[in-house]
Design a binder for this molecule. Structure first.
Ligand SMILES: C[S@@+](CC[C@H](N)C(=O)[O-])C[C@H]1O[C@@H](n2cnc3c(N)ncnc32)[C@H](O)[C@@H]1O
Length: 472
């Protein structure tokens, strides 16, 4: 297709498109002439009509207006909020088909995009639980709910308060959630109780434009053994209201082992500089993964699918092939979970992580697990991982790296190549940036096993653990 400067396809209906693939950004793919058509919520094997809502020089994006023939892998969406929610976008695909396309993403990233030769691509590790698998969810309130069908003559539609999720790409629009399948169903009862009780008491919900209201957000966290943390975020410090609402919540749900609140009077949702105020119960949750326990405070980072995190860490441990005398660097160490998980099997672990609070948590986690051979340092990887650091902590025999979605800074890759550890285990939540980084390492390293892991059923996301060894 030639270069176009004007938008010529917007609102056009493309008829009878055969959906042939599903892509790394969550949409499925069809072709018309030489043009790629990305289609929301389609399943390979569908024959559909599509309305175009976006285009650029090489592709168009559309939503389904009619399904002429449903793919045999199409299943009815299980969630009442599927049409407007940004989560679980693949729930119209049966789980085995989701796994097939996640696996294919890794094949495409390694073979087509990155041209990364590897010894063995292992079958993707499926999630045993495909619903209610998350241990953390956060909801927002609004004094004006987003309605899928809005009737301005219906007084109930005007200024209807809601407690739910933001509409994708619309930061100021929130729809009311009745049941979310991502976290244990008990959290639905707690959220609905908070919404109904607040409305009954006449507490105003948040007005994003005016920065007014009382109930602003709520975060739920839980552990595999059923401990619950609730953090209620208020838009102002109305003592009497807070002291009315929180005891009612605690009484209705004795399962809440840890209740916090905070006051956010800022115009944004970030918790930076906001104090988490302990209200009742324990001060933290304790998650158990294998032989290790990890404390979780309201602000702590923790993998959000803990059952799959255990499989991710087990794979990392296996690929690390530790003999007992190794000096290990755990890069992008978060709260130290991976480093601590393998600490018994090596001589020393040294973690580097940007967020100081995560490093504090890592030390606390080392202490409760009686790990004495692990140290953690806070700072930007590009700056911290330098010659002085290596002189102080010794050259690594193994580097485990688990960067954020953007992957590693090229200077960090360069530094790893200079350090030339015998082994590297690269844990990634984004195959595109992982293969970009691996391509820079191929002169020195051979890629052995590649293990995709599904941490997020019903989304297109896929995690990947990769084993590299220094060439002889
Ligand atoms: C994918 S998480 C890995 C966390 C940890 N390995 C785990 O399994 O829980 C990536 C981590 O990298 C940290 N990070 C992001 N950019 C960084 C940087 N430039 N320097 C150091 N750490 C960074 C983030 O704060 C986050 O904790």
């Amino acid at each position: 297709m030639g270069r176009r400067s004007k938008k010529i396809y917007i609102n056009q209906i493309f008829e009878q498109l055969e959906v042939t693939n599903s892509g790394g950004l969550g949409q499925s793919i069809a072709r018309r002439d030489n043009m790629v058509v990305f289609i929301d919520k389609a399943v390979p094997g569908d024959l559909v009509d599509v309305r175009i809502y976006k285009e650029d020089k090489k592709a168009v994006w559309g939503t389904i207006t009619q399904i002429h023939r449903a793919s045999p892998n199409r299943v009815g969406p299980f969630c009442e909020h599927f049409a407007i929610c940004g989560g679980c976008k693949w729930q119209q695909m049966d789980y085995n088909t989701q796994l097939k396309y996640k696996h294919q993403q890794i094949v495409d990233a390694y073979e087509r995009t990155g041209k990364i030769p590897y010894k063995e691509l292992l079958p993707i590790i499926a999630s045993e639980q495909t619903k209610y698998y998350r241990n953390k969810l956060q909801y927002s309130t609004t004094n004006k709910a987003y309605m899928e069908v809005f009737d301005k003559n219906n007084p109930e539609h005007l200024g209807k308060p809601a407690l739910g999720f933001h509409i994708p790409n619309k930061f100021d629009k929130v729809f009311d959630v009745n049941h979310c399948h991502l976290m244990h169903p008990l959290h639905n009862d707690m959220r609905n109780f908070l919404r109904d009780k607040s409305l009954e008491l006449g507490y105003p919900f948040y007005d994003l434009r005016q920065n007014t209201g009382l109930l602003r957000e709520v975060m739920f966290r839980n552990t595999l053994d059923g401990q619950w943390m609730v953090l209620v975020i208020f838009a102002n410090d109305d003592r009497a209201a807070i002291d009315t609402l929180l005891p009612l919540l605690q009484q209705a749900f004795p399962q809440i082992s840890c209740l916090y609140y905070c006051i956010n009077e800022k115009t944004n949702d970030s918790y930076d500089g906001i104090e988490m105020i302990y209200y009742s119960g324990d001060k933290f949750l304790t998650e158990t993964l294998g032989d290790y326990k990890f404390k979780i405070h309201p602000k702590s980072f923790f993998q959000t699918n803990p059952a799959q995190a255990l499989k991710l860490y087990e794979t990392t441990k296996e690929f690390a092939s530790l003999q007992g005398d190794e000096n290990v660097y755990d890069l992008y160490s978060g709260t130290g979970t991976i480093g601590l998980y393998i600490s018994k099997l090596c001589k020393q672990v040294t973690g580097i992580e940007y967020v100081q609070e995560a490093v504090d948590d890592a030390y606390e986690n080392a202490s409760i697990n009686k790990v004495t051979n692990a140290k953690f340092f806070a700072g930007d990887m590009v700056k911290v991982l330098d010659e002085d650091f290596v002189a102080a902590h010794g050259k690594p025999d193994l580097i485990i790296t688990d960067p954020p979605r953007g992957g590693m800074h090229p200077d960090v890759v360069k530094k790893i190549l200079e350090l030339a550890p015998k082994r590297i285990v690269y844990v990634s939540c984004n195959p595109a940036t992982q293969v970009r980084d691996l391509a820079l390492m191929l002169d020195k390293y051979e890629v052995l096993r590649v293990q995709p892991v599904d941490m997020f059923p019903h989304t297109h996301h896929v995690e990947c653990v990769t084993e590299l060894v220094l060439k002889a």
